[in-house]
Ligand binder design. Structure first.
Ligand code: TA6
Length: 298
């Protein structure tokens, strides 16, 4: 039987929980219900927390798994149906959920797993500029691996259209030495070349700034990291798009919460619903986006 320990901690302005089990340790912030770090006993971190992270209210931390919702990225780059949902000015990047306080509904043991449930009550009509009624919950399960499930349920009587992502920052030994498998042959949108559609040849390696939307990826993608002798696997559900991002040298220098060489130690693979992979929630309808993060030694 696994044993779990939960301790509350303050990081800068943010309330957090540090959760330890026999296998792993997890740090979660109340703001954004954001996982900040995840590390298995005896291994380097699996999820990356920036050395220069800023723990401030109203600002998503450069770490772990920010929840992008009810739109992904620049709202103007989203389909009209997603843009039309927002009535405010100056839409923040990656939506509204990642920089607001969520409510912890409960932490309970379920067999060998610990189940942590959060809700964003403001999504039911109180988000600035977004006057819709959606019950938004994130369930995090810590066991042998880590599972996240984000569920949106339309409680209103008009349809709601969203894009979203679990914007996961993975820790790697050196991004120049790793490869992503599972993307071979996929079509992708190259956002750095005027959103041109291209086709991936072979696995993805990294030799420059990367910011791509992969279309119709398989359920499982993996990061092979020969130096750390491990393969991280991401098994997604409810998603037909994946974003892969690394800022590389110049973009990293522009980010105040990332060390100039921080790009070497991280890689984002984001389980998503973006581009033409939208989520349309009919009145009473619900939809879940999930990812299971596993790891095996190679
Ligand atoms: O997911 C990729 C991306 O949209 C990039 O374009 C990059 O800007 C990144 O997310 C980080 O965005 P943020 O708003 O957290 O700085």
């Amino acid at each position: 039987m696994a044993t779990f320990q939960v301790v509350t901690e303050q990081h800068g302005e943010l309330n957090c929980w540090r959760i330890s089990s026999d296998h792993a340790e997890l740090l979660i912030a109340q703001q954004g219900a954001q996982i900040l770090s995840y590390q298995r006993v005896g291994q380097p971190p699996l999820l990356w927390l920036s050395d220069q992270a800023i723990f401030r209210q109203g600002k998503s931390v450069r770490a772990g798994v920010p929840v992008c919702w009810p739109w992904f990225g620049n709202l103007q780059r989203n389909p009209q149906a997603v843009q039309a949902m927002y009535r405010g000015e100056q839409a923040p990047a990656h939506g509204l959920a990642r920089a607001r306080d969520w409510q912890l509904l409960g932490i309970e043991e379920a067999g060998d797993r610990l189940r942590i449930e959060f809700e964003l009550p403001e999504a039911q009509g109180d988000l600035p500029g977004w006057p819709h009624d959606v019950e938004l919950k994130l369930v995090v399960e810590l066991g042998e691996d880590l599972q996240l499930n984000l569920t949106s349920r339309n409680m209103g009587n008009t349809p709601v259209t969203i894009s979203q992502a679990l914007h996961s920052y993975f820790a790697v030994s050196d991004v120049r030495q790793v490869r992503v498998e599972g993307v071979e042959g996929l079509g992708y949108i190259e956002t750095l070349a005027d959103w041109e559609q291209r086709q991936q040849q072979g696995p993805l390696g990294f030799a420059g700034e990367t910011d791509r939307i992969y279309l119709a990826p398989p359920q499982t993608l993996s990061i092979v990291d020969p130096h750390w002798e491990r393969r991280i696997t991401l098994t997604s559900s409810g998603s037909r798009s994946a974003v892969i991002w690394n800022p590389w040298t110049e973009r990293a220098k522009e980010l105040p919460d990332m060390a100039d060489d921080g790009w070497q130690r991280m890689l984002c693979i984001e389980t998503a619903n973006v581009w033409n992979d939208l989520v349309e929630l009919k009145p009473g309808g619900s939809s879940s986006l999930g990812v299971r993060i596993g790891c095996e030694m190679i």
